[in-house]
Design a protein around this ligand. Structure first.
Ligand code: NAI
Length: 319
């Protein structure tokens, strides 16, 4: 039986997201056990984490107050799931986004855990009511959806099953804060959660504007990266409304008619196929060729930018 007494964290699945969670929990001083069905994945993950933590330390970007070596000493691999969960207070599942696979893992965990450990899934879009259906320990289950790359983008969406205990939400929220993440409470489950619903709304209108010949694909991206995105890194759309007039009431008074007029002109859900895909594809290729080297280099650049932005944001906390 796993017990929360020792306070360790278990990561189930040592891929991209499992490794990031391991680093974040270790940065908060938690003991982490990395489990995977593939022994090689665990070995690779430990090696990759070692290199990453050293690199972060050298560039003065390591999270938490412990050295890279101290954080590394908190992370170990384990290829037996029952041994892995022994003594855990939080289990973070990070296996591929496949409902049957995740259900199988949670059913397995349900049989071997006690009633204190939190069972948390990293799922990007599977509904808690489907993931945790029929589990004895459903009150302890929650989705904690990170954003890639989680080490630099702190948001975590917490989504409860209808039967999740309020204490499970509170404990997970507190744990995320403790490791420096920025948790939000999604009060009830909805397809796409919150982040992806907002993202898809933007993608959808971006696509229609390009499809209708209003703007080129590269200029569309500039509207976000050099326009809306600049402020959205610091304040959200609702606070933007509040600040762009004399408060929210004044904004709605002044702009609601205009917003409604424009919103009524939005088109149907795009097909994301045909001539528009080819047009967007060709435009993206002029920016970033889609071979593995160019894509990896651009991702590395993006992550470096996010790292610097994260630092800037931590220095610019409001008074
Ligand atoms: P990944 O493919 O990099 O890693 C999955 C790992 O799970 C692999 O190491 C694999 O060996 C292991 N695995 C497979 N079956 C297993 C089993 N039965 N028991 C234990 N381990 C098993 O996947 P990634 O990208 O890390 O995604 C994991 C989860 O995180 C998914 O649910 C995904 O939707 C979610 N997520 C992913 C994001 C991303 O950008 N990659 C962002 C936010 C959430």
């Amino acid at each position: 039986m796993a017990s929360s007494a020792a306070g360790g964290v278990v990561i189930i699945g040592s891929g991209l997201i499992g490794r990031s969670w391991a680093m974040l929990f270790a940065s908060g001083g938690f003991k982490v056990k990395l489990y995977d069905i593939e022994q090689e994945q665990i070995t690779n993950a430990l090696e990759n984490i070692r290199k990453e933590l050293k690199r972060l330390e050298q560039s003065d970007s390591l999270k938490g107050s412990l050295s890279a070596e101290q954080q590394l000493s908190l992370i170990s691999g384990c290829s037996n799931i029952t041994e892995a969960v022994e003594g855990a207070m939080h289990i973070q599942e990070c296996v591929p986004e496949n409902l049957d696979l995740k259900k199988k893992i949670f059913a397995q965990l349900d049989r071997i855990v006690d009633d204190r450990v939190i069972l948390s899934s990293s799922s990007s879009c599977l509904m808690p009511s489907k993931l945790f259906a029929g589990l004895v320990h459903v009150k302890q289950c929650i989705v904690a959806h990170p954003v890639n790359p989680p080490y630099y983008v702190p948001l975590v969406e917490l989504i409860p099953h209808p039967e999740t205990a309020p204490a499970t939400m509170d404990r997970t929220h507190a744990l995320m804060r403790k490791i420096g993440q920025s948790p939000v409470r999604v009060l009830k489950e909805i397809d796409g959660f919150v982040l992806n619903r907002l993202q898809y709304a933007i993608i959808s209108e971006a696509w229609r504007l390009v499809e209708d010949g209003v703007v080129s694909p590269c200029d569309l991206d500039l509207v976000m990266s050099d326009g809306l995105g600049m402020r959205y890194a610091f304040i959200g759309p609702l606070e933007t409304m509040h600040l762009n007039a004399e408060g929210m009431l004044s904004y709605c008074d002044r702009y609601s008619e205009g917003m409604k007029r424009v919103l009524k002109t939005f088109g149907p859900v795009p097909e994301f196929s045909g001539a528009t895909v080819e047009k967007v594809h060709q435009a993206m290729l002029t920016k970033v060729p889609d071979d593995p080297e160019h894509l990896a280099a651009r991702r590395q650049w993006r992550d470096d930018c996010l790292k610097k932005l994260a630092k800037l944001k931590s220095q610019l906390q409001p008074e």
